[in-house]
Structures are given as structure tokens and as C-alpha cells.
Design a protein around this ligand. Structure first.
Ligand code: NAP
Length: 493
């Protein structure tokens, strides 16, 4: 097998697949999708918990270059999204490019060959002229550092590694976590379990999510007239852009978002004490907004209880809270999020002269326009530092990154050059970015997975999606040191 590739894409989820499609459309076929799992889909392959769905409308949470007229609802469930991903793999003939069971353990720039050396835990080393890091921020699950975690003798399930063999019928269930995953799981569990106790540490801002079924006539219309579908996508795009002023920036409009959240809470929860327990004490948008019309009603079912006392320890039969009560449970569901890499790298990465990216990012990750990092030539990141949207679809941002990096790759391959972003451009970009972040809701004083423990925001982009996409519209090669590709001792092909 050819072990020296033009492009190695690390990760076979949305970002990796999008990159592969765009490379093919540019006529670049010598690439591989290196995937540690046994199938494609990334986070949507892993997140199969009951109720798993996307809280961004499907028309916008999809690629514009792979429109799907058949979305069944405004907001799709995880199985349908995974189906869309699998459809893209077949439709764009990506299967031959997949290398499953390739768990990358090290990525290292070789100054002598001008190639990236990629090593795996159980596969021979590969070499590539370009590496695209598409491993995604939400790949590794996070169990909280709660005392007694191993003492619990019942069943433990993490939201992102659901155990479909476990039967919740008539079980006593404890759910830890009320983030985007927790609020989707609880309404499903209350339908089957004997009891559900929801352990909430911090109440989040919830907004209504109204999900309509798409009529067949609408699907037919989209199929016959793709421009109508494009127009629908644009309408969703601008609808989301319009809420950025209140969600991204800590502004008077944030109060409007909070007012909508309070009205939603008041309409769905009659009991003032429960309402108080569910009322957030931070600015809306600081943590991810919860889009749900089902969570509050589920909490008020006879078999559901909200527990707001902090957890002291897990015990053999359940969860003990600080006031001394032990809550018995047959199973604990950990909806406690992901181990998001904000200060290191998902795998060890060494660049020019052996520099180590994890060291450079130890105070917080920084990149140029979230895509390139100085000293790491011909390497590109999808969903890299400061590329997260608070108000729009991650796929809109990802599509912009992909088009940018595919243009750069195509340029470098066709001219036989190496591209390394200039340190000064990267520094100026980040200085400006961090200044702008100070005025955002994310930096307004709450803890979230967006921030490092020191409060550094290496995750979100402080602006409109239009601005983010605009800055990636075209590669300015003045931003890069361009050197000739001169492999001295290339590995045998
Ligand atoms: P998350 O937002 O990080 O929420 C984790 C939850 O667990 C929080 O409620 C957190 O409380 C709680 N928690 C963590 N450690 C705890 C502890 N020691 N004791 C008690 N509670 C603890 O994780 P997530 O809900 O899985 O969502 C992660 C991200 O996945 C989201 O932000 C989103 O980007 C993505 N997601 C998206 C969708 C979608 O619809 N598009 C759906 C699911 C997930 P605190 O708030 O107090 O930390």
C-alpha cells in the first residue's frame, strides 16, 4: 500500500468527511481518512443516547455542498444525522479512502523529508505531505472527579457511550448533569424508568425548541427546486445571525434572551420553588444555551425529582449528597460532558525543529484563523482554536475552514511548496481575538468547557458567523512563509 500520502485526514466524522469531499472535488484523490473507530460518523456515531438530537436546524446543520431535501424534522435526531453522514460516504465514494482501526499516537514533522510522520498504536507508520486534524473537540468522554466513583456497584453509563443492552424499565435511575445532553436524555428516561433523580449542579438557560415534521410536499419542492432549499438554509442562517448580538456579546440584548428564557420557565413550571432552583445566575450564552421544550415538563413528572444539593460521594448503592441523604440508584447516567482539549493537543504533535505543540498550547490553544499554527507547516485544523459558534451551526464554520484549507493544500501540492503561517500574523490575530473576547458572554463569569481553568478562552469565535466565514473566504499567501518542497530522503513509495 502507498504509505506516503498527499493528505492524511485524522478523524472520520463530519469535518474529516467534509474535507475529503472537497479534496475530491478539487481533483485531489491521494488522501486517507485515518479513523480510530470501526465506522464513520465521529460524535454522531458515538452519541446514541435516547433523545439525542441536534439543537440546530438540520437545514443549517448540514453541508451546503451536500444538501438533503429529506430531513424529516426541523431538528433531526442523531440516527438521521448519522444516516446523512453515511450517505455522504457512499455518494462521494469515500469508503476506499477510510483506514479504520488507525489510532494515531504521534504526528511529527520531519525537517529532512518535509513530510509528516504519523504513527499508530497498531499500524505501520505513514508519511504525508499534509495533515488535516479533524478529530473533533467532543471525542473523549469525561467522568467527573466525584469521590467514590468506583465504589458504586450498580450500572454506570456515559451519555456518549450509551449501553443499548441495558433495560431502564422500572429501574431507579440517577442522571448527573443538566447540559445539552442531560436535558435531552431525562425526558426519554422518565417514560420508562421507575424513578429518575436528576442531579443538577448549575441550572442553565433554556429556550423553547419547536420541532415540526417536514411535509412530503416540502421535501418534493426542495428536491425539484434546490434553490428553494438554499433559500431556506439562508433564512435559518440569518435568523441565527440576528440573535448573535444577544448571545455572543454581553449586551442589553442578552437581557432579551434572558427574558425569553424566564418566560419559557414560567410557562412550563408552575411551582415557584422549582422555578427558583432552575433559574440560572449567570448571563445567557455564557454556557451553551439549552434548546428544549421537553426538559422542564419531564422534571415535573411524578417519577422525576430534581436534586440540587451538591454530590458528596458515590456510595455502593447510589449517590450521597452533602446534606447526608443517600439516593438509591440501580444505574447512574453520566451526562457530564467531554474531556475537551483546550491546553494540549488531542495527540502529540511535533513541528519544525522538534517543537511540541502541547507545550506551546499549555496556556491555551492559539492558531491563525483557527486553522494554521506557525511552526507546523502543511498542517491544518478543523474546529481548531477559537472556531466555536455560540449562536449558529458548527457546520457553517467548518465548511469555511474546509474550503480554506483545501485551497491551501491544492496550492501547495500544485506548486510543490510548503506553507507555514507567519508567527507575527498569528500573534496579531490572537491579540485582537482575545481583546474582542473580553466583551462576550462566554467571558462574563461562569465556568464552562469553553474556558481553561485560568479563564482563557481558546474555544469560541467572538463575532458573527458572517465575519468568521468572511475571514476564511480566500487564502492570503502573504500570511504564510512559502518554501520549496525539497524532500531530501523520501520514504520509499
Ligand atoms: P456539558 O455541557 O459539559 O455538561 C455537563 C454537565 O455535567 C453540566 O451540567 C455540569 O454541571 C455537569 N457536571 C460535570 N461535572 C459534574 C460534577 N462533578 N458534579 C455534578 N455535575 C457535574 O456536556 P454535554 O451536555 O454532554 O454537552 C457538551 C457539548 O456537546 C455541548 O456544549 C454541545 O456543544 C454538544 N452537544 C450538542 C448537542 C446538540 O444538540 N447540538 C447535544 C448534546 C451535546 P456544571 O454546569 O455545573 O459544570
Amino acid at each position: 500500500m502507498n504509505q506516503t500520502l498527499n493528505v492524511a485526514i485524522i478523524g472520520g466524522g463530519f469535518a474529516g468527511i467534509g474535507t475529503a469531499i472537497r479534496l475530491k472535488q478539487k481533483g485531489i484523490e491521494d488522501f486517507a481518512l485515518l479513523e480510530r473507530g470501526t465506522s464513520a460518523g465521529g460524535t454522531w456515531r458515538d452519541n446514541t443516547y435516547p433523545g439525542a438530537a441536534c439543537d440546530i436546524p438540520s437545514r443549517l446543520y448540514s453541508y451546503s455542498f451536500a444538501p438533503n431535501p429529506d430531513w424529516s424534522h426541523t431538528y433531526s435526531g442523531s440516527a438521521e444525522i448519522l444516516g446523512y453522514i453515511e450517505h455522504m460516504v457512499e455518494a462521494f465514494d469515500l469508503r476506499p479512502h477510510f483506514r479504520f482501526g488507525h489510532n494515531v499516537t504521534d504526528v511529527r514533522w520531519n525537517d529532512a523529508t518535509s513530510l509528516w510522520d504519523i504513527t499508530f498504536d497498531a499500524q505501520p507508520t505513514m508519511h504525508a505531505r499534509t495533515v488535516v486534524m479533524a478529530s473533533g473537540p467532543l471525542a473523549n468522554v469525561s467522568f467527573p472527579a466525584i469521590r467514590g466513583l468506583d465504589t458504586f456497584t450498580g450500572h454506570k453509563i456515559h451519555s456518549a457511550r450509551w449501553d443499548h443492552d441495558y433495560d431502564f424499565t422500572d429501574k431507579k435511575v440517577a442522571v448527573i448533569g443538566t447540559g445539552a445532553s442531560g436535558v435531552q436524555i431525562v425526558p426519554e428516561l422518565v417514560k420508562v424508568a421507575k424513578s429518575v433523580k436528576v442531579f443538577q449542579r448549575t441550572p442553565g438557560w433554556a429556550l423553547p425548541r419547536v420541532n415540526f415534521e417536514t411535509r412530503q410536499t416540502t421535501k418534493d419542492l426542495y428536491r425539484r427546486f434546490p434553490t428553494v432549499q438554499t433559500a431556506a438554509r439562508k433564512a435559518w442562517f440569518w435568523g441565527h445571525e440576528s440573535v448573535a448580538l444577544g448571545v455572543v456579546w454581553n449586551s442589553p440584548l442578552t437581557r432579551v434572551v434572558e427574558a425569553v428564557g424566564k418566560v419559557h420557565l414560567r410557562r412550563q413550571v408552575a411551582d415557584p420553588w422549582l422555578r427558583r432552583q432552575l433559574t440560572p445566575d449567570f448571563r445567557a450564552g455564557c454556557k451553551r444555551l439549552l434548546m428544549t421544550s421537553e426538559f422542564y415538563p419531564a422534571l415535573q413528572k411524578d417519577n422525576c425529582t430534581l436534586v440540587t444539593w451538591p454530590i458528596a460521594t458515590l456510595a455502593p448503592d447510589g449517590i450521597r449528597t452533602v446534606e447526608g441523604i443517600e439516593h438509591q440508584a440501580d444505574v447512574i447516567v453520566f451526562a457530564t460532558g467531554f474531556d475537551v482539549c483546550k491546553t494540549g493537543t488531542p495527540v502529540p504533535i511535533r513541528g519544525r525543529g522538534g517543537r511540541v505543540l502541547a507545550d506551546e498550547w499549555s496556556g491555551g490553544a492559539k492558531a491563525y484563523k483557527s486553522v494554521s499554527v506557525a511552526g507546523y507547516p502543511n498542517m491544518y485544523f478543523t474546529f481548531g482554536p477559537n472556531s466555536g459558534p455560540g449562536h449558529s451551526s458548527a457546520l457553517v464554520y467548518m465548511e469555511a475552514q474546509i474550503d480554506y484549507l483545501v485551497d491551501a493544500i491544492s496550492f501547495a501540492l500544485s506548486r510543490d511548496v510548503v506553507l507555514d503561517v507567519r508567527e507575527d500574523r498569528q500573534r496579531d490575530y490572537n491579540d485582537d481575538l482575545q481583546k474582542r473576547l473580553q466583551h462576550t458572554t462566554w467571558n462574563s463569569g461562569c465556568s464552562s468547557w469553553y474556558l481553561t481553568e485560568d479563564g482563557f478562552n481558546a474555544t469560541m469565535f467572538p463575532g458573527f458567523a458572517t465575519q468568521y466565514v468572511g475571514q476564511l473566504k480566500a487564502v492570503d499567501y502573504d500570511d504564510y512563509a512559502v518554501s520549496e518542497y525539497r524532500p531530501l530522503s523520501r520514504s520509499p513509495r
